[in-house]
Design a protein around this ligand. Structure first.
Ligand code: ATP
Length: 317
């Protein structure tokens, strides 16, 4: 059974004379009970996509089904079946955390007793007990985001759609969120659609991932299978302290294949070539200009780049 089935989804944003093709004929199937991710850099069209999934934005073309129901014809439907965490979370700012969670549970049909029990369980699960009595608007950004995740988790909705839920969270809280999502998926068959521009998050928590770039899905598979596309290579990272000598043949060779972000170069190549490059660099004239270097096994970022992704905005940690 599929939670979402998306076909040919296309949406343009118009502002003044400018038209942005934010989603360009997107096809997606999200099976029920999966942690499904949408990974892409800033501006790739992730939020535009999920706002359409939620019936909050009308597609220009294409169709969306939620458990077989037409979302375009029934845009009210997602709000009944899906817990949605958007990017902005100001709606509940005045309420204390515990009240916000309990009230959301009640709005999702829980009895008073059940809402209180779920409230206590989820605050404990996300380690929010210490701030339970404080209004969301007076928490730190990370604590507030975590409290909003708690409101998404309460009430046992069969589908969770979370737009960058872990932005601003520290590592411990981030891991608590990942574990909470995984638990709901494994124990209760909940479907999770998680938007992220963080490669580590995608690799750690997702069953399958659609890689979005400039409004198009450029790949969709398990993180493991996607990484296998590039696993014959390693990634050589170079950080230059100053402009490297352009005439140096090793610098020329590496420069041709490098993706550059200021003085940081990233080059994908076979392990043998990387060893050769490092030997030449560390014994040649370019060494004086080099600040730091590292070798790493490929990540989903390398998959994204190898499939033609152009942005350098994906986050690694
Ligand atoms: N209301 C709007 N009016 C005009 N252009 C828009 C509007 N909303 C989004 N866009 C443009 O559409 C494209 C996709 O935006 P979207 O917010 O869907 O990307 P995103 O992948 O969610 O980015 P981010 O990771 O930064 O949130 C971008 O080029 C953006 O500038």
């Amino acid at each position: 059974m599929r939670s979402f089935a998306v076909r040919g989804l296309t949406r343009r944003h118009r502002s003044g004379d400018t038209v942005v093709l934010a989603n360009d004929h997107i096809d997606l199937d999200v099976p029920a009970g999966e942690v499904f991710g949408i990974l892409g850099p800033n501006g790739a069209g992730k939020t535009t996509l999920v706002r359409q999934l939620m019936g909050l934005l009308r597609p220009d073309e294409g169709s969306i089904e939620l458990f077989g129901h037409d979302v375009v014809a029934r845009p009210d439907l997602p709000a009944r079946l899906v817990a949605y965490l958007g990017q902005s979370d100001l709606a509940l700012a005045e309420l204390p955390v515990a009240t916000a969670v309990e009230t959301t549970g009640r709005m999702r049909g829980l009895s008073k007793t059940a809402a209180r029990a779920e409230r206590d369980a989820v605050l404990d699960e996300l380690e929010l007990v210490g701030v339970a009595g404080r209004p969301l608007g007076r928490l730190s950004g990370g604590q507030r985001r975590l409290a909003c995740v708690a409101t998404a988790l309460v009430g046992s909705r069969p589908v969770l759609v979370l737009d960058e839920p872990t932005t601003g969270l520290d590592t411990r809280s981030r891991r608590a969120v990942w574990a909470a999502l995984r638990r709901r998926c494994d124990d209760a068959g909940v479907t999770v659609v998680l938007i992220t521009h963080n490669v580590l998050e995608a690799e750690t928590v997702l069953d399958r991932v659609a890689v979005l770039d400039a409004g198009r899905v450029i790949a969709c598979d398990t993180p493991g299978r996607l990484k296998a596309l590039v696993d014959a290579d390693v990634r050589l990272e170079l950080a230059w302290r100053e402009e490297p000598p352009a005439a140096d043949p090793t610098v020329c060779w590496l420069g041709e294949g490098a993706t550059r972000s200021g003085r940081r170069w990233t080059v994908r190549m076979s392990p043998e070539r990387a060893r050769e490059a490092l030997a030449l660099l560390t014994t040649g004239p370019a060494f004086a200009a080099l600040d730091d270097f590292s070798l790493a096994t490929p990540s989903l970022e390398d998959v994204y780049l190898s499939l033609g992704g152009t942005s350098r905005d994906l986050e690694r940690m």
